[in-house]
Write a protein that binds this ligand. Structure first.
Ligand code: AMP
Length: 501
């Protein structure tokens, strides 16, 4: 009997002494030890009543057991449901009531807060010690056998339920199958040529598609080593660079690394590939990183519902401001948002995606699923972009962030690029606010370069030199930092709420 994802990602490592995880405290976990821990945890899940198809909700700090729990959920035939540890009790309630998990796992320190909710939804509550030791789950696993009879699961069975980050509206549970995750991991591993000679610096959270699926699934598939960091810390990453070959990050990692004088070409000598995704990488960051290190960051694009969609090439030209070509097994079309008709190359429209990675729908939301997932299999991403004649994709932003002023479309990314080119500007975020005359008017939040005095007149002048009048911000607000979520995505809804008046 087979279990699609477990057989490909976890089972092959049984018996291997090679190092898999290297942790902040210097401890390591071999590949074989990881497989044994997965089995122990799977025993506890099964003993807690987890049956095939049941959800295992996990809101716990990042450490090897939390990662092994993902493998355990797979081996027990369950659906892994990881959640951001920053979610509050009220948010957790929404997820638990929606997903109805059989088991909930939280940090030992959160047990008192989570227990009433677990009881209310009829879930068994288990805990992990935040530092990697202790907790009811970990302790029970310590005494469990280290082999577990893998529960059979096929390619179309669900492997994970990931809630969208909810930058607009309520988070929705994206149902991802074994096939979705495995095919995407294979495509990325091939494309980026990840092997067991790689050592990945892993500072991303493991409750999100980027840190869990892009990073961990590919590392497991290829047998790569993982330097597992609790969180991103520029100094710690700098220290690991000389011993590593791969870094996967969000754009803010790269801007923060650039702030460190110790980031040099020599320090990056062992690195084979820097990958960026989950939010747009500024062309300026791309250029500055290349000047400093000689590396051209590889930008890729994807989302929770689709897995990875497009990537710049490993060999061949990586072009700043584009996310490259559709992955093998994935089709990308750009359509007229009104009619759904395909648009010619060069025209901006809705990005739609079909292929191996595209999810099975939103849990408990059949209408929403039908709205966004066409019968033809194309998923309407909500992102606007254009394909060039060669098939390279450029993203201009979320459709919900599109500003319509006086009946004319303004793409925030274009305005942000113009603002960012002005002297003294570190970064910007452009958004629309209600306007009695124009429907919406353009507002820009601007962050100054460290130590630079920001001259807003000069900024407006630079913008005026490159953009038509209707695209220019009517108002600028200067901020110390842009509001971002855990993945470094700028929260435009928060900006609109705060600066809409
Ligand atoms: P998430 O589901 O949290 O991974 O968010 C997916 C969204 O992040 C996409 O729909 C895009 O809006 C955005 N995104 C991901 N990668 C990129 C990228 N390379 N450039 C621009 N936006 C991106």
């Amino acid at each position: 009997m087979t279990n699609t994802l477990f057989d490909a990602l976890v089972a092959p490592h049984a018996g291997s002494d090679a190092t898999f995880l290297e942790c902040d405290d210097g401890t390591t976990v071999s590949r074989g030890a990881f497989v044994r821990r997965v089995a122990q945890l799977a025993h506890v899940l099964a003993a807690s009543g987890v049956a095939p198809g049941d959800r295992v909700l996990v809101q716990a700090s990042k450490h090897p057991d939390t990662l092994a729990l993902y493998g355990a959920a797979l081996q027990a035939g369950a659906v892994h449901l990881p959640l951001n540890t920053a979610y509050t009790g009220a948010e957790l309630r929404h997820f638990a009531e929606d997903a109805r998990p059989r088991v909930m796992v939280c940090d030992e320190t959160a047990r008192g807060a989570v227990a009433p909710l677990a009881e209310a939804v009829g879930a068994r509550l288990l805990t992990l010690g935040s530092a990697g030791g202790g907790g009811t789950l970990a302790e029970a696993a310590d005494g469990a056998p280290d082999r577990f009879r893998t529960v059979p699961r096929g390619p179309d069975d669900l492997a994970a339920l990931l809630y969208t980050s909810g930058t607009t509206g309520r988070s929705k549970g994206a149902m991802l199958s074994h096939r979705n995750l495995l095919q995407n991991a294979r495509a990325l591993t091939d494309l980026w040529e990840i092997t067991d000679r790689d050592r990945l610096i892993h500072a991303l959270p493991i409750f999100h598609t980027h840190g869990l699926f892009v990073a961990i699934n590919t590392a497991l598939l290829a047998g790569a080593r993982v330097r597992l960091m609790r969180a991103f810390d520029a100094e710690a990453v700098l220290a690991e660079l000389p011993r590593s070959t791969l870094l996967m990050g969000v754009p803010t990692y790269y801007t923060r690394l650039l702030d460190e004088p110790a980031l040099t070409r020599e320090r990056c000598a062992a690195i084979r590939l820097f990958v960026s995704g989950s939010a747009p990488l500024l062309a300026e960051t791309h250029a500055a990183f290349e000047r400093r290190t000689g590396h051209r960051i590889l930008e890729r694009y994807g989302m929770t519902e689709t897995n990875m969609i497009a990537s710049n090439p490993l060999h061949g030209e990586r072009i700043a401001g584009t996310v490259g070509f559709a992955l093998p097994g994935t089709e990308v079309v750009v359509t007229d948002p009104g009619t759904g008709a395909p648009l010619p190359a060069g025209e901006i429209g809705m990005i739609e995606v079909r292929g191996d990675g595209v999810f099975r729908g939103y849990l408990n939301l059949p209408d929403k699923t039908r709205e966004e997932l066409r019968e033809t299999g194309f998923f309407v991403t909500g992102d606007l972009g254009a394909l060039d004649a060669e098939g390279r994709l450029r993203i201009v932003g979320r459709q919900k962030d599109l500003i319509i002023t006086g009946g004319l479309n303004v793409y925030p990314r274009e305005v942000e690029d113009a603002i960012d080119a002005a002297p003294g500007v570190r970064e910007s975020a452009v958004f629309g606010v209600p306007d009695p005359d124009f429907g919406e008017s353009v507002v820009a939040a601007v962050v100054a370069e460290a130590d630079a005095a920001l001259d807003l007149d000069a900024v407006a002048e630079t913008v005026a030199a490159s953009l038509a009048r209707f695209k220019r911000p009517r108002r600028y607000v200067v901020l110390d930092a842009l509001p971002r979520n855990a993945m470094g995505k700028v929260q435009k809804a928060a900006l609109r709420a705060e600066h809409g008046g």
